[in-house]
Ligand binder design. Structure first.
Ligand SMILES: C[S@@+](CC[C@H](N)C(=O)[O-])C[C@H]1O[C@@H](n2cnc3c(N)ncnc32)[C@H](O)[C@@H]1O
Length: 252
């Protein structure tokens, strides 16, 4: 298991642990290959705070990123959704009996959690080691029944797709890579700044999609900004919302 992503050098990260969370902190320090409570924390760009009840990241500007599925700060409990009529559900083929989803880009798991809320069974893959740590802790801590069966993998999706082909029972694949921001708009929320700094750009997205299209699934769905170009040609149907689009490639 490799623990250094392209966008995060180990020297940029240290763990700040409370005394009560020493064991948990040392497990993550091994996984992330970074020091715990170093004498010079100000020299590290990211601080991963590990406490008994909370795990979160703060950057040098004190911007904070936390994943907690039981709090709603990142819209983990969507009220008033339209169930099977949600665009994402239609795109993934809910009406065609597609139920088991592979999410190749878990990120903050906003989409993954929504999919479980809509009744899908989800397996997710994330390659950022810090994101994986935050996600893993959030899945362990959550009280949400719908997340009990969620399966999270730490891997690059390209490798995952190559290694697991034919081994998993999946109906549709979902992919939401980072989209390069060409112009600066309104300042994003502090979480989004930390998130972007942690994960960087997903420049290999087309390659991942190409591999996904070789899987024996019914559909592969790519989330794009509404007016963005297609990641690869061959979109069978584009489900358009107000700001995003779900490009559906029909495979099986
Ligand atoms: C735009 S975010 C996804 C947001 C997510 N859909 C959500 O609802 O929170 C992209 C995420 O996918 C991850 N990612 C992108 N390409 C990946 C790949 N090839 N393998 C694993 N993770 C990937 C990035 O590290 C990042 O966390």
């Amino acid at each position: 298991m490799s623990v250094v992503s392209g966008s995060l050098k180990a020297s940029r990260l240290c763990i700040i642990s409370s005394e009560a969370a020493t064991e948990k902190a040392s497990r993550w320090a091994t996984f992330l290959n970074c020091p715990i409570n170093p004498p010079n924390p100000e020299e590290f760009f990211f601080h991963l705070f590990i406490e008994n009840e909370r795990v979160y990241v703060r950057d040098q500007e004190r911007r904070l990123l936390e994943i907690d599925f039981d709090k709603n700060h990142l819209d983990y409990e969507r009220k008033g959704h339209r169930g099977k009529n949600e665009l994402i559900a239609k795109a993934l083929g809910i009406a065609k009996g597609c139920h088991k989803i592979l999410d190749l880009s878990v990120g903050l798991a906003v989409d993954s959690v929504f999919l479980t809320q809509l009744g899908f069974q989800v397996t997710g893959v994330e390659r950022s080691p810090v994101l994986y740590a935050l996600l893993q802790e959030a899945f362990e801590k959550t009280q949400k029944e719908s997340l009990r069966t969620y399966q999270l993998y730490y891997s690059d999706s390209l490798n995952f797709l190559k290694e697991k082909k034919g081994q998993l029972d999946i109906d549709s694949i979902y992919f939401d890579p980072m989209y390069p921001h060409k112009k600066k708009s309104a300042l994003p929320k502090q979480e989004m700044v930390v998130f972007r700094d942690l994960v960087g750009h997903d420049e290999d997205a087309a390659e991942v999609l190409k591999e996904a299209l070789t899987w024996p699934v019914q559909r592969v769905v790519v989330k794009r900004p509404l007016h963005a170009e297609q990641l690869l040609p061959g979109v069978r149907h584009a489900y358009e919302g107000k700001v995003v689009r779900y490009d559906t490639y029909v495979v099986g």
